[in-house]
Design a protein around this ligand. Sequence first.
Ligand code: SF4
Length: 281
Amino acid sequence: MPETILATQQQRIEERLRYYEDLGIRLFYRDREATDRTPAVVQGSPRSALVEASLLPKPKTEVSRKPAPHAEPVIAPRAASLFEVVDKVADDTLLKIRDDIGPDCSRCKLHRGRHKIVFGDGSPSAKLVFVGEGPGADEDAQGLPFVGRAGKLLTQMIEAMGLQRKDVYICNVVKCRPPENRAPEPDEVAACSLYLLRQIDVINPQVIVCLGAVAAKTLLNTTRGISSFRGEWLEWRGRKLMATYHPAYLLRNPPAKADVWKDLQRVMAELGLQLPKKKSS
Ligand code: SF4
């Protein structure tokens, strides 16, 4: 019953576009290959070109497997991610993004148990952005990211790199605390992650460090385990990205700190940072 399917699709697409308008996102890449593969869906709609170009499902190409026997599989630079079809928002600022979220965002169910939206913190022109998965109890109470035990460890890591927290930018995939500190669910990530995309585009860092699997999987659009690409340089929207373990994981598994420090040293080299000199006593 093609007409029923078209009507359903049209409704879903209209809802999705309204949602993007709420976020302030009105620009989409036009992917001609996708248009060629997909017949027009919403005939006569002024939005049909956008719909065809960007919102219909595309084939998954998340991981390219090289035939060379010893080559590591790599994350494909053109993953079939929503992020690949969303253009930079013109004249965007962190303030605008915060305004677009609003004071009482209820776009996903995480708003129900939230006390404070945790937008992000740090330098708006940082060369280095850390992305975690979501706020915990301390962050929810203070409205700031990474201020609990894991946050203190992150601060130590940043200082070990010769930086201060004010030199970097720290944010999360979701801006509201998941109950019981569980991982954010896919619908919550889908509802909130475009704000993250806009934050990174505005800040335009040289390097993005994903702290933990949720951040890495969200940005890279992959289902692969983080340990298979942790510490590798990857490309994300023209920037260098590295995934490493979340500080909360390090609190439970201190031996993994050595791996994270190796990763951060690679980040330091990329940013031209020297190890800070030890103070003489
Ligand atoms: S997690 Fe994001 S989308 Fe969900 S309610 Fe909070 S700010 Fe809104």
